[in-house]
Design a binder for this molecule. Structure first.
Ligand SMILES: NC(=O)c1ccc[n+]([C@@H]2O[C@H](COP(=O)([O-])OP(=O)(O)OC[C@H]3O[C@@H](n4cnc5c(N)ncnc54)[C@H](O)[C@@H]3O)[C@@H](O)[C@H]2O)c1
Length: 374
């Protein structure tokens, strides 16, 4: 198959969908890889790195879309890319269709096959192509939180781990899923006093078993949360209710209960945020202060560490991308239910319920007769 890897052109996006190791794997499996020049630079991979493993470099994004049967990307196509997407072309990337009607309509009109990372789903309902970015964001939440606890940025001036004779900081993590667990590990490793809250008692039992001694678990309810925010130095919002907006668990009135200079990192901001006063920020201007409380609400946290994020993402995507290339998308989704769940739009038909519901579009069955041309 002919695989195309365009350079990401969304603002501040430095990840790339295929690493030199990935390109080597495609070539070894008999495929041709066309990558746009400098596509890997933001993640630390040079054009030579790709050329050495047999990938072919193209000057423009137009050439990549024109030649490819399968486009491997990171972010959804943006408006400039809509006209480049071709009928029957397989596009394997994050789409998040429900958040953009324009994108949905453009991909329907293109008659391409849109296979979305975020809806590839395992039998246990986990989302294997979202997990790596949650892992990155969870770990980053503590790194960033620790930084903004410094006095120069409005923080309390507290060192997470304390020192001999001085107590460590209190870190409160709301939500004990992927983000929360990774955040807790980092905070605990730095020596902080960590409290994890979740509504899922089963999950808390598991966390209690695997976490180090400086991590406590507490059931999440309004009363316990109000108590916990009073003593916290750093609070991480890591809640997810699948398919729904995040609930505002930390309310504006709770800010008054907190110590001045407390830092809030709302990782769930991409789903509306679980801290009422959080609104999305960017890596250029990551924080703002309300009532003396520092808010960090960057909606694309992994974007700041493209090297790690690219490797984490491609470790997870490559095995699926290889199946698509080796078998063609029809055979691949027939044989792999996880990949089949990733199909969102096929040749102009919306085949994923969440997307159809979001824009009142008819939900069509997945028709698997047609193959993409070899
Ligand atoms: N900002 C970013 O860059 C970024 C990056 C990755 C993920 N995220 C977001 O982080 C959030 C968490 O993702 P995840 O992968 O950890 O999800 P997850 O499903 O693994 O974990 C969510 C946890 O929240 C818990 N929860 C639900 N309601 C709760 C409540 N009322 N109180 C306490 N806990 C509650 C669930 O039981 C679950 O354990 C999501 O909104 C995700 O989109 C953001």
């Amino acid at each position: 198959m002919i695989i195309g890897v365009p350079k990401e052109i969304k603002n501040n996006e430095n990840r790339v969908a295929v690493t030199p190791a990935g390109a080597a794997a495609f070539v070894k499996n008999g495929h041709q890889v066309y990558i746009q020049k400098s596509a890997g630079l933001g993640s630390g991979f040079t054009d030579e790195d790709y050329a050495k493993v047999g990938a072919q470099l193209l000057d423009t994004i137009e050439e990549v879309y024109a030649v490819a049967e399968m486009i491997c990307k990171v972010k959804e196509p943006i408006a400039e890319e809509y006209p480049l997407v071709k009928e029957n072309q397989l596009i394997f990337t994050y789409f998040h269709f429900a958040s953009s009607e324009a994108l949905t309509k453009a991909m329907i009109a293109s008659k391409a096959i849109c296979l979305a990372y975020e809806t590839v789903e395992k039998k246990d309902r986990s989302l294997p192509l979202l997990i790596p970015m949650s892992e990155v964001a969870g770990r980053m939440a503590i790194q960033e939180g620790a930084k903004y606890l410094g006095k120069p940025t409005g923080g309390r001036g507290v060192l997470l781990g304390g020192v001999a004779g001085v107590k460590p900081a209190n870190v409160l993590i709301i939500g004990g899923g992927i983000v929360g667990t990774q955040a807790a590990k980092m905070a605990a490793g730095l020596g902080a006093n960590v409290t994890m809250m979740d509504v899922d008692l089963q999950r808390l039992r598991y966390l209690e078993d695997i976490m180090p001694a400086n991590v406590d678990t507490v059931i999440s309810n309004e009363y316990n949360l109000e108590e916990a925010v009073k003593t916290a130095d750093l609070i991480v919002g890591a809640v997810l209710i699948p398919g729904a907006k995040a609930p505002h668990l930390v309310t504006r009135s709770m800010l008054k209960l907190m110590k001045p200079g407390t830092v809030l990192v709302d990782v769930a901001v991409d789903q509306g945020g679980c801290i009422e006063t959080c609104t999305p920020t960017t890596h250029e201007n990551p924080i703002f202060i309300i009532d003396g409380i520092v808010h960090y609400c960057v909606a694309n946290m992994p974007g700041a560490v493209p090297y790690t994020s690219t490797l984490a993402l491609t470790n997870a995507t490559l095995p699926y991308a290889l199946q698509l290339a080796n078998k063609g998308w029809v055979k691949a989704v027939k044989e792999n239910e996880e990949l089949r769940k990733g199909l969102n739009i096929v040749n102009g038909d919306v085949v994923y319920k969440g997307v159809a519901d979001a824009f009142n579009l008819p939900l069509e069955p997945i028709r698997l007769e047609e193959e993409i041309p070899a």
